[in-house]
Design a protein around this ligand. Structure first.
Ligand SMILES: Nc1ncnc2c1ncn2[C@@H]1O[C@H](COP(=O)(O)OP(=O)(O)OP(=O)(O)O)[C@@H](O)[C@H]1O
Ligand SMILES: [Mg+2]
Length: 353
């Protein structure tokens, strides 16, 4: 199960790279700027339809080229499955088993992939959007009806916001509220269930890695004492003034607390990295407990910024997963994760075996 093979064309410094991936552990080494993170970016793109480094897919197109293409072969319980992504400056095209996919989400549903990279501390440090994305990726894989609720919510929200911007009368703005409330409450309930499960799994990991108690709190995006419907009605006047819907699950927050304090304000940068990595690992653990498929974990330069003891702790947690591991490192003799099933090195965007 997991990814069997990946083929990348014209993505960043990678002109044409093909890699057979081990079902358990693949190690990619190479000096700075050789393209290691770019290989992981290509794999991540296949399962997420986006990069973890930029919001603009066209940035990934190799300078002077018109498009990038990533092709992957996935070993699923239903047999081998071909996934493809082609990105031009104008569009993104996703393919599954030789046909156009209905959406990127359809592609993503087949390939659960998570990353721990040197910037993962941003998950703790930055604003709520990045944590909502983390949470929603997990909910999406654990509760399939979530996607349709989210898509219907986004549509109703876009219509309501357009009505607000066009200064339409309150009755026309409010006409979208029943849709928003129905789908918004579905999203809320699914996230609440997910965060409770995630907390249970993440707590012992954080305890082992950081030695502090973890609390995850889900904030809905509207005042706790109101229903969503009441909150929408209460904010209608200021929504009309500002031309935007100010309450709802699109404003939700996953609050991460350690040792009784807000994590962002309480822990060091290295600890932020460990904490964020713990959440990512807990997500995979939860997924593994609920699905027979094997998720994939990308580890980009795991040794960066961690001392020996904490790196060893992180490695122990990673080894306890069933997930397929694809790891990059500067040092070709990186041995913390044991002997890789497949090993290769990158130089100037070219793979050597
Ligand atoms: N659109 C692009 N076209 C061509 N080359 C690019 C593009 N975007 C980035 N690059 C180059 O790709 C190279 C590889 O970057 P990447 O981040 O994958 O390297 P890395 O091996 O992960 O390095 P490090 O060890 O420093 O993290 C960089 O030298 C960068 O300048
Ligand atoms: Mg890198």
């Amino acid at each position: 199960m997991g990814l069997r093979r990946i083929q990348v064309t014209d993505l960043r410094c990678l002109r044409a790279v093909a890699l057979d991936v081990d079902s358990r552990y693949t190690l990619i080494s190479g000096p700075n700027g050789s393209g290691k993170t770019s290989v992981l970016e290509a794999i991540y793109f296949l399962g997420r339809g986006r990069s973890f480094r930029t919001h603009r897919p066209a940035r990934l197109i190799r300078s002077g080229c018109e498009r990038f293409i990533v092709f992957g072969e996935l070993d699923t319980s239903g047999g081998l499955l071909a996934l493809g992504i082609e990105v031009t400056p104008e569009r993104l095209r996703a393919r599954i088993a030789g046909r156009d996919a209905a959406s990127v989400a359809e592609l993503a549903s087949h390939f659960p992939v998570q990353i721990i990279d040197p910037d993962i501390h941003q998950l703790i440090e930055m604003g709520p959007a990045i944590r909502r994305r983390l949470m929603d990726w997990g909910v999406f894989h654990v509760e399939p009806p979530f996607l349709s609720a989210w898509q219907r919510y986004r549509q109703a929200l876009a219509q309501r916001n357009a009505a607000l911007r066009q200064r339409q009368p309150p009755t026309l703005v409010g006409a979208w509220d029943p849709d928003l409330v129905r789908t918004g409450e579905e999203i809320h309930d699914a996230r609440l269930r997910y965060v409770a499960r995630l907390e249970t799994i993440a707590q012992p990991i954080v305890e082992r890695l950081l030695g502090v108690p973890l609390e995850l709190r889900y904030r809905s995006g509207w005042p706790a004492e109101l229903t969503l419907n009441e909150a929408l009605r209460m904010h209608l006047t200021t929504d009309r003034e500002r031309g935007v819907t100010q309450v709802g699950p699109h404003r939700a927050e996953l609050v991460v607390r350690v040792d009784g304090a807000l994590a962002r304000e309480h822990v060091s940068r290295g600890q932020q990295k460990l904490l964020a990595a713990s959440l990512a690992i807990a997500q995979l653990k939860l997924l593994e407990s609920l699905s027979p498929e094997q998720p994939t974990l990308l580890l980009d330069d795991p040794a960066a910024e961690l001392d020996t003891r904490h790196l060893a702790g992180l490695i122990d947690e990673v080894r306890a997963l069933r997930a397929q591991l694809i790891v990059t490192t500067l040092e070709p003799d990186f041995s913390a994760l044991g002997e890789p099933g497949r090993k290769c090195s990158l130089h100037h965007g070219t793979l050597h075996f």
